[in-house]
Design a protein. Structure first.
Length: 167
């Protein structure tokens, strides 16, 4: 897979925003309205691309704002955000099924695991359905309640073996 969709080649300030172009030919404009710090900071005093993956904007007040490639990309590619959201949704669903499977294997109800993890039953149900991404504290609580390590919740032993075997 090519990384040209992540590499920014140019970035230039215009009156209405930052015009940029990616190595794959995608181009667009980040409106200053998406960068409240710029408006509050007296506009743009400087703009640089220290590497192909970030833009550093210096405001009129001297504040530096770093804009990563993925923030910039969705202003150039209307399909980027829906693709990323679909990937995130699939990831939440996989994690939810994994946690549900481990909970069932441990013989625990939703309420029992939620109590042991010190989270709400509704929160756990949302996580298992793939509707919510758990934060690190929540994920750690679930892992602890299942007597597992956090990585065990994220990757099945079979998948971990496959990854090691493919390296």
């Amino acid at each position: 897979m090519s990384i040209t969709n992540r590499m920014m080649l140019t970035a230039a300030p215009l009156e209405e925003g930052i015009e940029l172009a990616f190595a794959d030919g995608c181009a667009g404009l980040i409106p200053f309205s998406a960068l409240p710090e710029v408006g509050a900071g007296g506009g743009v005093a400087g703009l640089e691309l220290p590497n192909p993956y970030e833009i550093v904007v210096t405001t009129g007040e001297g504040e530096s704002i770093e804009l990563p490639w993925d923030f910039a990309r969705h202003y150039c590619d209307p399909l980027y955000r829906p693709r990323i959201e679909a990937v995130a949704r699939r990831g939440r669903q996989v994690l939810g099924r994994r946690i549900s499977g481990l909970r069932n294997a441990a013989g625990l109800t939703l309420e029992e695991l939620a109590d042991r993890a010190t989270i709400g039953r509704t929160t756990l149900a949302d996580i298992e359905k793939g509707g919510q991404s758990p934060g690190l504290d929540t994920l750690s609580g679930i892992a602890r309640a299942l007597n597992k390590a956090v990585p065990d919740l994220l990757v099945s032993p079979e998948a971990a073996r496959d990854q090691v075997g493919n390296q």
